[in-house]
Design a protein around this ligand. Sequence first.
Ligand code: NBP
Length: 471
Amino acid sequence: NKPTIGVIGMAVMGKNLALNIESRGYTVAIYNRTNARTEKVVADHPDKQLVPSYNLSDFVNSLEKPRRIIMMVKAGKPTDAVIDQLLPLLDAGDVLIDGGNTFFEDTIARNQRLDQSGINFIGMGVSGGELGALKGPSIMPGGQKEAYDLVAPILQQIAARTDDGQPCVAYMGPNGAGHYVKMVHNGIEYGDMELIAESYNLLRHVGQYSMPQLAQTFKEWNAGELSSYLVEITADILTRQDDQGSSKPIVDVILDAAENKGTGKWSSQSALELGVPQSLITEAVYARYISTFKEERVAASQVLPQPQTTDLKLSADFSEQVRQALYFSKIMSYAQGFAQLRAASEHYHWQLNYGEIANIWRAGCIIRAQFLQKITAAYQKNPELTNLMLDDYFKAICAKYQAATRQVVAWAVQAGIPVPALSAAIAYYDSYRSAVLPASLTQAQRDYFGAHTYKRVDQEGTFHYSWYEEQ
Ligand code: NBP
């Protein structure tokens, strides 16, 4: 019998996704531009129901109709190259899925282009790395709903499952919605990672914690409110020694320069375009950028003075205060992320379901965490929630943990330890809860130098002050 689905791209992600689908009882057609990759997959897995093809038209013809094809190739030009070759081979009603880390605007354009030939195009965010692809990723598909329905049974079987058994896949919305949600997921991942790094830095260099104490602290945090994959792997990383014989902790021999593949930047760029604050993720992106200026930092460290006093009078429960600051800040980051999703949903007419998004991030993906359940619950209670921190649970946490966050950020500033993400969190909180901001002065300046006019607190209408006339 003909394969139910085909996968193009036999690098690590495509191969693992194909094996995952096959493990659920499906026959899977596979194809890769370079034949050697396909040959190797078949040779390594002789007893699997994989049907290899060595040219695209054989691959397409091997599939059951309507055809279901997942592309797992490098995002950008390679994806367009594959689409261009596939287009003449496909029929109306077929479903083409791009599982790569594609920029959502490319997905919107491709969805429109293919729709003209009646071909369904799904932009599908896949998170969880190579192991996730093999064992169960979190899947964020967007495109024609009828097309999603044609692949939903397969996606539901290969997706990760929450601890209460729900598959981590759901229809996100039309055209670019899936890749957009994946992009914000990645942005949030940047924010989570930076918050963890800042907390570690504070414990280590302000609290003077030893490596075993650090590992133990993160392990304990992982057993509570902060329980998450990233906190779990942090605890593990901090127990590891160098494997190249230096007998130092591995974190002390890894160069302190964090790279990126651009999805955090995309997330911030989109927030800027939509006019919504995404300060925490953006600071996390900048933190990676500044980390790469290693030589400049080393040179500056020798000429720019550090703070003079470092007598901070830390309280006995320092690590608990850092934990509270981390959780508070994580909430701010997700509040910003979900506010951005809301703005995008309105702008692109997607009707995103925020509770469902938090739900499919609960397992399989990198930001999986227990507290996502609280986000789902918040949106179930009120699907129109304007900001996450207004939900009762999050409001209570903010009330309880804001003091620790302020204290921890103050200590960090006094000690000269950079905490851009933690500071962004408390600044966002304070801005959002301010009934009055100094923006009246900003607007006055705009009116002064550029006659940009202003609105008043006590009257309708638009006004311009006569700045240059004698009063
Ligand atoms: P890569 O992103 O390294 O891409 C390699 C694949 O793209 C190979 O199959 C390669 O074929 C194919 N390809 C290229 Br490059 N140019 C092509 C072209 N012009 N025509 C046809 N095929 C072409 O693979 P990956 O790491 O498996 O990731 C696949 C996708 O999944 C990417 O979009 C990635 O961003 C995304 N993703 C990755 C992860 C992860 O953890 N790695 C997680 C989530 C999503 P060849 O063998 O002939 O060179």
